[in-house]
Design a binder for this molecule. Structure first.
Ligand code: SF4
Length: 430
């Protein structure tokens, strides 16, 4: 049986045109997805059974025992961390927030180590945004700043941006200009009409110079700005001003270089000012498929988009204090529930060492380096393949994930509900 219009739950593009062939309850073939998406949908390294670490070795156990042990760890902790969430559903995070409220824990997402600075920049300045559909249908200038979709979001250019054919952009790539601003010549840069190579850590200066040119103060600039000639920047500014509809997509090259959230803040101002001349929008290239959604759910339920501490009985947010890396490096958390993420591969070494010293519960369909030191491992159904739910695409559009095949594994929602029930039971007993 072929199932059409399946969503790919790998990256923030959340492509919703995938076709999947299912035979005898198993996925046999994936059509239309990129290599990254196909490998996620086909599955690999599944965790087969719940496990509890006994004398240093993970031993298979039942789901009930794993839930009980996880609840014991969380109830005995003074300040537990609930981290990950970007690769699960909004409904799972909703349960996670209930759990954090119950145990006085901190909920933080993987955004804290990727687009966290973008979120802070957007909080400060506001966002001139749009949907990916508007960009596909209208944009005649696409700017990729510090990102490389050809490798990180392989279908982005074809479905939504430079190569997409839209209602008012029927000629696709031929009808658009593509500008790449980056510190190295990526595959995306090689396919652009214009590539501006900048020196590492100079994004802020380049954005400021573009703002001055657009504001009519080009003559006040020196001949050379952070290694780029004034003439070249005037040409780039002209390219932006003369577009009918321009869109900037930015990645970690902008958010994680010197200046961090101030780079994003400055880029948002540039886009605001461009709107005095033409229509321009800006969007972060979000990585995990639902990292946008978990930010939304946290924001509408607590008022804050990440790093929310429930220890005080009310949500408290202070990035730099309540974000997972700060808590771990200060040893300010004493147990962790890791869901749908792999902090052992992504957090700084000191934070991973801190995690390895404390009791860790892992909820994930797949084995990863975090499994190596987890004390309780609970395998879950893969959202969008074995469980339904809601996820938000990188432009903030919410989409429904369907269940395609049956599994013996419970969903993240069911696992979190079972842990929450055990936590409540234990607290009542005490
Ligand atoms: S671009 Fe992203 S969402 Fe689309 S198929 Fe590839 S990995 Fe999946």
């Amino acid at each position: 049986m072929e199932i059409e219009d399946v969503l790919c739950t790998f990256c923030g593009c959340l492509c919703d045109d995938i076709r999947v062939e299912v035979k005898e309850g198993r996925i046999e073939k994936v059509r239309g997805a990129c290599r990254l998406g196909s490998s996620k949908i086909m599955g690999h390294n599944r965790i087969k059974s719940p496990m509890i670490r006994v004398n240093g070795t993970l031993k298979e156990t039942s789901y009930e025992d794993a839930y009980r042990k996880a609840a014991e760890i969380l109830v005995s902790a003074k300040h537990p961390l609930l981290y990950g969430w970007a690769s699960t559903t909004c409904e799972a995070l909703k349960k996670g927030i209930l759990l954090a409220e119950e145990i006085g824990g901190v909920v933080d997402t993987t955004a804290t180590v990727c687009h966290g600075p973008s979120i802070i920049g957007i909080e400060e300045k506001g966002l001139v945004g749009s949907t990916l559909g508007q960009i596909k249908n209208r944009a005649d200038l696409i700017v990729f700043w510090g990102c490389n979709p050809s490798e990180a979001h392989p279908r982005h250019t074809l479905r939504y941006s430079s190569n997409a054919c839209g209602r008012f952009t029927p000629d696709g790539r031929k009808g658009r200009k593509v500008l790449v601003i980056d510190v190295r010549e990526t595959r995306t840069a090689r396919n652009a009409d214009r590539f501006l190579r900048i020196q590492p850590g100079t994004d802020y200066e380049i954005i400021s110079a573009l703002r001055m040119i657009i504001g009519g103060k080009a003559e006040s600039l020196p001949e050379n700005i952070a290694g780029v000639s004034r003439k070249e920047l005037i040409e780039i500014a002209e390219m932006m001003k003369s577009a009918k509809f321009g869109a900037i997509f930015f990645g970690l090259g902008l958010t994680h270089s010197r200046g961090r959230y101030k780079n994003v803040d400055n880029a948002l101002s540039l886009v605001s000012e461009l709107n005095s001349h033409t229509k321009f929008v800006i969007m972060a290239m979000r990585g995990h498929y639902n990292v946008t959604g978990v930010g939304q759910v946290l924001a509408w339920s607590s008022g804050y988009p990440m790093a929310v501490d429930y220890a005080r009985g009310a949500p408290y947010y202070n990035p730099g204090e309540t974000s997972c890396c700060d808590l771990l490096s200060r040893r300010d958390v004493d147990a962790a529930l890791i869901i749908a993420s792999d902090p052992a591969s992504n957090l700084p070494r000191g934070c991973v060492e801190a995690l390895a010293e404390m009791p860790v519960i892992q909820i994930d369909p797949f084995e990863n380096p975090t499994t190596l030191f987890a004390d309780v491992v609970i395998p879950s159904a893969i959202a969008g393949i074995e469980a339904e739910g809601t996820a938000y695409r990188m432009d903030g559009l919410s989409l429904r994930l369907r269940k395609l095949v049956d599994t013996e594994h419970p969903s993240d929602v069911e696992i979190l509900q079972a842990i929450l029930d055990n936590v409540r039971r234990l607290r009542d007993d005490n």
